[in-house]
Design a protein around this ligand. Structure first.
Ligand SMILES: [Zn+2]
Length: 596
């Protein structure tokens, strides 16, 4: 069964023949955008349903062209980060895309400006049905948009706002501390992500030192990091007041198409379920033969998983998908056959894994960095959860309506990973691999569900403090961070005192407020769907495929309604924790067995 892994690379010919061709097509797209602007600017309010439909169809085609060229240049860069031609093309592509976006921004603005009765008439027409939901969502912003001179004045502050963000980014990205990882290279400068990567290593001494070193390095910078955060929170609160938002989370909730009640119901149930994580942390301490688990042990590896060849990984994902729905396996194989997967790591290639959607005619592309680990098998299943979603959503929807926000985007990928993990757990005989898989699945869910909600609660408190006219100095942020994390870990894990500074390097706080709870949301919705599947099996599959085909043509609440899920109800969210509790039981059992 074990064949040597071949160096399977992307075939980009479905996208574009070469960089020169990409440039000339981008030029043509920019010309078309200007032409559309000449034809329609100042006229959106006059259009009837059929004419508006014709415009939206034309824009949909243009967007797909841009997507194809943008993906081509992005993938070129992912394959060779330092190649001059790839960099030149990426810059050119970004600039052209920005020009096109600017040329067409009037469409959205004029659409929002149309009065409500007229808009409603258009939205209920048959012609606009394929675009209706996205058009409705755009209009939700209307009450919070100010007059043109006010918007211009607010826009003029943008460079100042991004200066605070860049200052924060720079303080974080330039942090380098001397550290000896024990790999024989001696003391070397280490950045934050490098230090954090040691938390997944089996050597405890290395993990503890990495945490110490990280916070020693951050400490002298926390004042500046806090000042940047304080300035940004202050600015956001002021702008919110001008726009008339009721609370600091509202803009994010609106962007996620989630109502305040849903988000609060979810977060409160997550908090009441911290005990599941605490149970695992106590068990993990015994597995590692420790009196108490420390923060540095949280992600210490459990079990000793065996290695997997690429062919084996493909076989596993294929079989697990086939068992669920042959259609998903078919899409998976089509993408592989089309040369849309880049498999092995190599110098200059982007790290990590991703899936990128292209257009209605072209299958998505997937980047992997496959190194024969168990984790890579789960990643393959995850990325093709995205890919199968993309393909089916593009079959059912226009390009514009196939897109989903972050809160829904991670649902099919997490779900796909669950069915692949199940398949593996059922068929794998090696005890160390089974233990590792069960522990990984559980800890990944904790990181998404619990940690991301702790982060959002921390932000809520920071905005409240700032809103009461108190500053967000490092000392105060330390306190808030400590308290919210303390609720999560309880007495099941020891937080070292320096962990007070744990808020300081997190980019989401700086770039997109309350971004993180969408991860909790997606993970829990995936668990809820998984539970429905386990209960009803075959009855579930057609509804699930329809859900994938629906793409972003409805709100998250409406998308999951066919499964009988009411997201405003705390009882719904509690069901997800039954599944998480079962994952925890399974991880406890398998990890104990593998140690015997
Ligand atoms: Zn993903």
């Amino acid at each position: 069964m074990a064949t040597t892994d071949q160096d399977i690379r992307w075939d980009l010919s479905d996208l574009c023949p070469d960089a020169e061709e990409a440039r000339s097509r981008l030029e043509a797209a920019a010309e078309l955008a200007n032409d559309i602007a000449d034809r329609y600017r100042g006229r959106i309010a006059e259009l009837d349903a059929a004419a508006l439909r014709a415009l939206l169809d034309e824009l949909d085609e243009l967007e797909q062209d841009l997507s194809r060229l943008g993906v081509y240049s992005y993938l070129r860069l992912s394959m060779a980060a330092t190649e001059v031609e790839a960099n030149d093309l990426a810059t050119f592509s970004r600039e052209k895309s920005a020009d096109i976006e600017n040329a067409l921004v009037f469409v959205g603005l004029e659409w929002i400006a149309i009065d409500d009765d007229r808009a409603e008439e258009l939205l209920t027409s048959d012609e606009l049905a394929p675009y209706a939901h996205k058009l409705r969502v755009e209009r939700l912003e209307k009450p919070y948009v100010l007059s043109e001179p006010e918007e211009k004045a607010l826009n003029a502050r943008r460079p100042m706002v991004s200066a605070w963000q860049s200052l924060h980014d720079r303080q974080v990205s330039t942090l380098e501390v001397p550290f000896d990882s024990g790999d024989g290279e001696g003391v070397q400068p280490h950045g934050i992500s490098q230090l954090l990567s040691y938390l997944y290593r089996p050597e405890r001494e290395l993990r503890l030192r990495a945490v110490d070193t990280l916070f020693e390095g951050l400490e002298p910078r926390t004042d500046v990091l806090a000042a940047a955060y304080d300035a940004l929170v202050g600015d956001r609160l002021t702008t919110d007041k001008l726009r008339g938002f009721e609370h600091p989370m509202q803009p994010t909730n609106m962007a996620n198409e989630l109502d305040d009640e849903t988000v609060e119901a979810m977060m409160s149930v997550i908090e009441e379920s911290y005990a599941i994580a605490q149970r695992w942390f106590r068990h993990k301490a015994t597995l590692l033969a420790l009196d108490e688990l420390s923060l540095a042990d949280q992600y210490a590896p459990i079990g000793e998983p065996r290695r997997f060849t690429w062919d084996e990984a493909v076989e596993l994902v294929d079989s697990s998908y086939s068992r669920f729905s042959p259609r998903l396996a078919e899409i998976f194989r089509e993408c592989l056959d089309a040369g849309h997967v880049d498999v092995l790591p190599r110098a200059g290639k982007a790290t990590g894994a991703y899936c990128t959607t292209v257009s209605k005619q072209i299958l998505p592309y997937v980047l992997m960095n496959f190194t024969n680990r168990l984790r890579d098998v789960s990643t393959l299943a995850h990325e093709f959860g995205h890919a199968t979603h993309n393909v089916l959503a593009l079959e059912g929807q226009t390009f514009r309506s196939h897109r989903v926000g972050l809160s829904m985007a991670e649902v099919p990928s997490t779900f796909a990973q669950s069915i692949a993990d199940d398949y593996l757990l059922e068929n794998e005989t090696d005890p160390g691999t089974r233990a590792a898989l069960a522990a990984d699945r559980l800890e990944n869910a904790f990181a998404a569900v619990y940690r991301q909600t702790v982060l959002a609660r921390f932000e809520q408190r920071a905005y409240a403090v700032r809103g009461e006219g108190r500053s967000l100095a490092a000392e105060r942020l330390n306190e808030l961070w400590w308290e919210e994390n303390g609720k999560y870990y309880g007495d099941s894990l020891v937080m070292p005192d320096q962990y007070r500074m744990g808020w300081s390097y997190i980019p989401h706080f700086i770039h997109t407020r309350f971004y993180t709870y969408a991860y909790s949301f997606a993970q829990l919705v995936a668990l809820l769907l998984y539970r429905r599947y386990r209960e009803s099996h075959n009855g579930f599959v057609p509804t699930y495929l329809d859900f994938l085909r629906a793409g972003g043509s409805a709100s998250p609440a409406d998308l999951v309604a066919p499964f009988g899920l009411d997201l405003r109800s705390t009882d719904t969210w509690r069901e997800a924790f039954d599944v998480l509790g079962q994952f925890c039981d399974e991880a406890v059992t398998l990890s104990s067995q593998s140690q015997q």
